[in-house]
Structure formats: structure tokens, C-alpha cells
Design a binder for this molecule. Sequence first.
Ligand SMILES: Nc1ncnc2c1ncn2[C@@H]1O[C@H](COP(=O)(O)OP(=O)(O)OP(=O)(O)O)[C@@H](O)[C@H]1O
Ligand SMILES: [Mg+2]
Length: 263
Amino acid sequence: MMASHKPLSDSSVNGEWAITGPTVFGRDGELEQLRKRFAARRSFLFHGPAGVGKTLLLQLVLPEFANVLYSPRNPTPQALCRHLAGSLLELKHPVLTKACLSGMASLQAKTAVSVKGLVRDALRDSKFMVIVDHLVRPSQALAASIRELMLNWSVPVVAVSRSAHMEDVGFVLPLFPDRAERFALRNFDPEIARRFAAGCAEREGLTAENLDQFLDRVVEYSDGNPGGVLQMIRMAKVPKYAHENQIKITPLYIDYRIAMVSQ
Ligand SMILES: Nc1ncnc2c1ncn2[C@@H]1O[C@H](COP(=O)(O)OP(=O)(O)OP(=O)(O)O)[C@@H](O)[C@H]1O
Ligand SMILES: [Mg+2]
């Protein structure tokens, strides 16, 4: 469901976004959906463009649920496994504590094969759920590891992919064949994005004679992407993008695009 079909939280109505208010703007419906999915403990693919707020929403919801392991960076299956092992050790899981008498140092000294064995013993048929964030064009090997977690070890997995559509989900996509197993987070509609932009500008203390015009452009250029809105508003505070109390919109946008491309 699109953000505009849902009410914003009270403190974000009218574009007023108090300093002390919620740190998430206009995502009440999506947060509720995430909570339901976590409560159901079933695997799903969480996808959306860069900067749309996937990590932000996850970070907000995760602490509300027990037995959830979060892996922030997953370039290889080994990296995923080591993140999971590290988290289990921090949680003092008996399998890990028994095998790692000197804590993290012991874990680091172990081979990839033995780390994987420990993670399997701890997770197989357990109550744990795993979030695999920041999947960017995941390799076949990484997708195979996620498959192993889900199918062989019966661990629900939330795979988080940076993709507005399905182009970058790649090898992970076949793991979530049903539409109900996919949850897309979309950019804000223009009207919501404009309110978000006004709230951000206020929070950041941004003032300029052409502020309204600038915020209209920010919404258009970012396509309603909250991360993009926030980034351009922060750039507007840099002195080189200001002249006689006017924001130099075009140079700022060009530099924003260059930064996006090199991301
Ligand atoms: N609804 C929102 N309210 C307030 N801030 C937001 C919102 N959505 C995103 N942001 C901010 O935008 C920035 C980008 O968000 P985030 O990192 O969660 O995006 P992402 O979807 O995880 O992107 P990536 O694919 O690059 O990991 C962050 O600074 C985040 O706090
Ligand atoms: Mg992210």
C-alpha cells in the first residue's frame, strides 16, 4: 500500500516534525506490516531503492522481537556466517561459548568450515530468525547459503535487497517465489515527500529565500526518496551551495547525482 493512503503519525501531520518527535516519518503502515511479518516468523524478501528506509525501519522493529540475528554486511557466505557466529557469541549461546573459550579471539582463529558448523548447530531447528541486510546483486554462493538457512536448517530469513523492482535481487529471488513473500518499500508520494522535506529542513535549521522552490526541486529530483531528500537538504547547508541567502540548486543537484553514481 502506498504511503499516501495511510495517516501519518500525529507528530508528522502538517509537516511539523518536532525535534523530540519520532525519528521515522510517515511509515506507520509499513512498520505495522513489518511487525506482523516478524511476529509470524516467516521468511520474506524486503526490497526497495537505496535510501528508502529499509535499514531504518528494521532497526526500529528489531529490538521488539526476541531471537532475531541481524547481519548488516554480507559480501560473501563466509562473512554472513561470521556475523551470525559473532552475534550468537555475544548472546552467550552455549554452542558458541563452549567452542570459543577466549571469546571473539577464539572465533576469529577458527576456519570458515568450523564457524559454519557452529552456526549450523546453534541455529538448526532453533527459535532464531535471521536478517540479511544490504544484499546488492548477491552471488549464487550467497543465495545458496540463504537457501541452506531457510530450507535445511529451518531458519526464517529476511533478505534485504536494494532494488526498486527486481533487477538487483538476482539469485535470491527464486527463494521467494510467492508475491506474499515479498515486501516492497516505496519512495514517498510527492505530497508526503514535500512534507518530509519541509520537516527535514526545519530540523536541520535550513533557511533561504528560495527554500520553497528548493524543496519542490528536492522532491522532484529525489523521486520522493527520503534518503535523497535528507542528503540534498544537508548539502544545502554547505556554504559553497549558497549565495546571498539563495541555495544554488543546480550545482547542488549535479554534485548529488555524482555522489549517487559513485555510491
Ligand atoms: N521515513 C523516514 N523518516 C525519517 N528518516 C528516514 C526515513 N526513511 C529513511 N530515512 C533516512 O534516510 C536515510 C536512508 O535510510 P536507510 O539507510 O534506512 O535506507 P536503506 O533503504 O536501508 O538504503 P540502502 O539500500 O542504501 O541500505 C537514513 O538517514 C534514514 O534515517
Ligand atoms: Mg540499508
